[in-house]
Design a protein around this ligand. Sequence first.
Ligand SMILES: NC(=O)c1ccc[n+]([C@@H]2O[C@H](COP(=O)([O-])OP(=O)(O)OC[C@H]3O[C@@H](n4cnc5c(N)ncnc54)[C@H](OP(=O)(O)O)[C@@H]3O)[C@@H](O)[C@H]2O)c1
Length: 169
Amino acid sequence: MMQEYKKNISIIVAVAENYAIGKDNKLLWHLSDDLKRFKKLTSGHTVIMGRNTFLSLPKGALPNRRNIVITDQTEEQFDGCEMAHSIDAALEIAGKTDECFVMGGGMVYRQLFPVAGKLYLTRVHKSFDADTFFPEIDFNEWQETESEFVSAGGRNEHAHTYTKYVRQE
Ligand SMILES: NC(=O)c1ccc[n+]([C@@H]2O[C@H](COP(=O)([O-])OP(=O)(O)OC[C@H]3O[C@@H](n4cnc5c(N)ncnc54)[C@H](OP(=O)(O)O)[C@@H]3O)[C@@H](O)[C@H]2O)c1
């Protein structure tokens, strides 16, 4: 049976062929165009992330976005962030109208992927050694609406494809 999902919750993720997304609390690649696309899509909206992903950001909270950080640590307050102490609290703070981008990492994706109505997937066309993975995607559950291939070269280390999906009704 289809789980109940929220139309304004989107997943944004870059995934390798073997579903790898990170190692040692870092990304596995440098894809300049992907970072630009991330900024363009998320600016002016809300981003939701786990504590580890927040700690991996070079300059802390992302500017021009509402930052929600999920953690069990109730005393902690990160500058420029709204702290949530559960997935439900994060969804409550996120609200029901503005598009909210779930931006990782592995632990948070696993919990919010079943809830998301949209998926902005960057597929990196290579496999990587990693310690963090995205859950396997059942593409029968998702309808592709846009796709664009980017070849390797210049400031993009690896060939990759951006695909946008909406959850099948
Ligand atoms: N390729 C990509 O697109 C992408 C995107 C983002 C991140 N990443 C990578 O993913 C890796 C990090 O992922 P991760 O799985 O280690 O960490 P994460 O999901 O970023 O954060 C995990 C932390 O979030 C908190 N948390 C998660 N669920 C919670 C819940 N239900 N209630 C309360 N707190 C909760 C906990 O923090 P406390 O321990 O403080 O309680 C937990 O330790 C890094 O390598 C990063 O580079 C990749």
